[in-house]
Design a protein around this ligand. Structure first.
Ligand code: HEC
Length: 144
């Protein structure tokens, strides 16, 4: 009886392994790359890159993109988490973009760099990977 029971268990397990679809987890090019927050980050990065180009040509800043308000609520990649300070870093960033967007010629470069510093502040705490890339976004970075 015991033997038959174990045989049954083995067959049941074999059936589970044969039919369970272990490939249903979504596959992505970049496992870190497709959360709502990641997508927003790439929009923020593009806004900043255009802003840097604009500094060279003295272009008027693009208005603050309202979609950036989502930095507070956008879903983060599964397995990553926001610290207790995330909200404050996000506020700081949003404020810095608004300041840049309404800057005049005289404080445009300064408000631009404040914006990049706000990226760095949050990243040094939450997601150090892109830090080297973000550092290069600084306008006229000081030489080491
Ligand atoms: C309030 C915190 C915070 C601020 C401010 C912030 N980031 Fe991020 N950033 C994150 C977090 C957290 C992630 C990871 C998101 C995820 O994996 O869901 C991320 C991810 C990224 C990524 C990787 C996106 C990808 O493709 O996976 C880049 C690039 C990035 N941020 C650039 C920037 C730039 C540039 C700025 C400023 C314009 C900025 N971040 C401002 C927290 C922040």
């Amino acid at each position: 009886m015991k033997y038959i029971f174990s045989l049954f268990v083995v067959i049941a397990l074999a059936a589970v392994f044969a039919y369970a679809d272990f490939t249903t987890a979504p596959t992505q090019d970049n496992p870190n790359g497709s959360s709502e927050l990641s997508k927003l980050m790439r929009d923020m990065q593009q806004y900043t890159n255009r802003a840097k180009e604009g500094l060279k040509t003295n272009a008027k800043p693009e208005p603050y993109p309202v979609a950036f308000d989502k930095i507070h609520t956008a879903k983060i990649t599964a397995g990553m988490s926001k610290s207790d300070y995330y909200g404050s870093f996000a506020d700081l960033y949003v404020m810095s973009v608004k300041n840049y967007a309404k800057s005049g010629k005289s404080n445009r470069a300064e408000t631009y760099n404040n914006m990049v510093s706000a990226c760095l502040a949050c990243h040094s705490q939450h997601c150090p990977g892109p830090v080297p890339v973000i550092k290069k976004m600084m306008w006229e970075p000081k030489r080491d």
